[in-house]
Design a protein around this ligand. Structure first.
Ligand SMILES: O=C([C@@H]1CCCNC1)N1CCCCC1
Length: 312
């Protein structure tokens, strides 16, 4: 089988949401290649905590005694219990998917009423369900796909797609360049030339986080830029045009247009940069600011997983 689903950006491309059918109800979820739990708001939460969200009514079969509890690097989190239900994404069906129903979520999830939960697409080795880890949606369907891969085409300030089981050559230019993936930490982890340390491809992270030295070198070419500790990153005058940022990954190079690196206004005519420091995170994170310049293939067609990058 193959399928394709729209990925619609929230304001300022903060995140990209896809429609997912669970037990016949449509939820709008953040497809997150940086985590591995499929969780949704549920009627088990206090009504005040789920106001404005589509909530799961536990239509599936309960996995008695199973729980989950996830904490994200941005300090947000959620927890709950587990059901098995039918999940459909872009016409691709998992007949028995572990659906993690929330009993509690942190305030940043409650306040984002566009988002009804996450569908993780990192490796199942970091799924948080206890006492038995559960498989991601991709792991459940990959054997039924024409090709064991999915591909992200996120776009700047407009809807993109996730393709399942096939590569859409109309969505990129040039060729796709592949690099090996280290799965030891459960992420789509790779090495980018000229960017020290390990990097992960994370559709669930908004910005592009790279080492201080690379960040300082980039903003040295932005006259109005400075590090603003009160904002927690580099800011600049919203009217200043920004340089492109180019990186070599394997045998290919990807250019992020400067326009994409103006993330959002933070106060008056001051804007927050889309490139920020990864120091202290433990990885570089190639999030949406980078991914929206690419067609990225999350590929398990071979004995070892690999990532493919092409210019979008
Ligand atoms: O929790 C996260 C992100 C948060 C945003 C959504 N994606 C997962 N991390 C990033 C990757 C390294 C570990 C921490």
């Amino acid at each position: 089988s193959t399928g394709s689903v729209s990925a619609s950006p929230e304001s300022y491309d903060e995140s990209y949401l896809i429609p997912v059918s669970i037990g016949g109800t449509t939820f709008h979820l953040d497809l997150d290649t940086g985590s591995s739990d499929l969780w949704v708001f549920s009627t088990q939460q206090p009504a005040s905590q789920r106001s404005g969200h589509t909530a799961y009514k536990q239509t599936g079969t309960k996995k008695s005694g199973y729980t989950w509890n996830i904490s994200y690097g941005d300090g947000s989190g959620a927890k709950g219990d587990v059901y098995v239900d039918k999940v459909v994404v872009g016409g691709v069906t998992a007949t028995s998917q572990a659906v993690e129903a929330a009993t509690s979520v942190s305030s940043s999830f409650t306040s984002d009423t566009d988002n009804d939960g996450l569908i993780g697409a990192a490796f199942s080795s970091i799924n948080t369900v206890s006492p038995q880890q559960q498989l991601t949606f991709f792991d459940n369907v990959k054997n039924s796909l024409s090709q064991k891969l999915f591909a992200a085409r996120l776009r700047y300030h407009t809807a993109g797609t996730y393709d399942y089981g096939y590569i859409d050559s109309s969505k990129y230019s040039g060729s796709i360049h592949y690099v090996p993936v280290n799965t030891a930490n459960g992420f789509w982890e790779f090495t980018a030339s000229g960017v020290s340390g390990s990097s992960i491809a994370d559709t669930g992270t908004t910005l592009l986080y790279i080492p201080d030295s690379n960040v300082d070198a980039y903003y040295a070419n932005v006259d109005s830029a400075s590090y603003d500790s009160s904002q927690g990153g580099y800011t600049f005058d919203c009217d200043e045009s920004l340089p492109d940022w180019t990186v070599t990954i394997g045998s290919g190079s990807i250019t992020v247009p400067g326009e994409y690196i103006n993330f959002a206004p933070v106060s008056g005519n001051t804007c927050f940069g889309g490139i920020q420091s990864s120091d202290g995170i433990g990885f570089n994170i190639f999030g949406d600011i980078f991914l929206k310049a690419t067609y990225t293939v999350f590929d398990q067609t071979q004995s070892s997983p690999r990532l493919g990058f092409a210019q979008g």
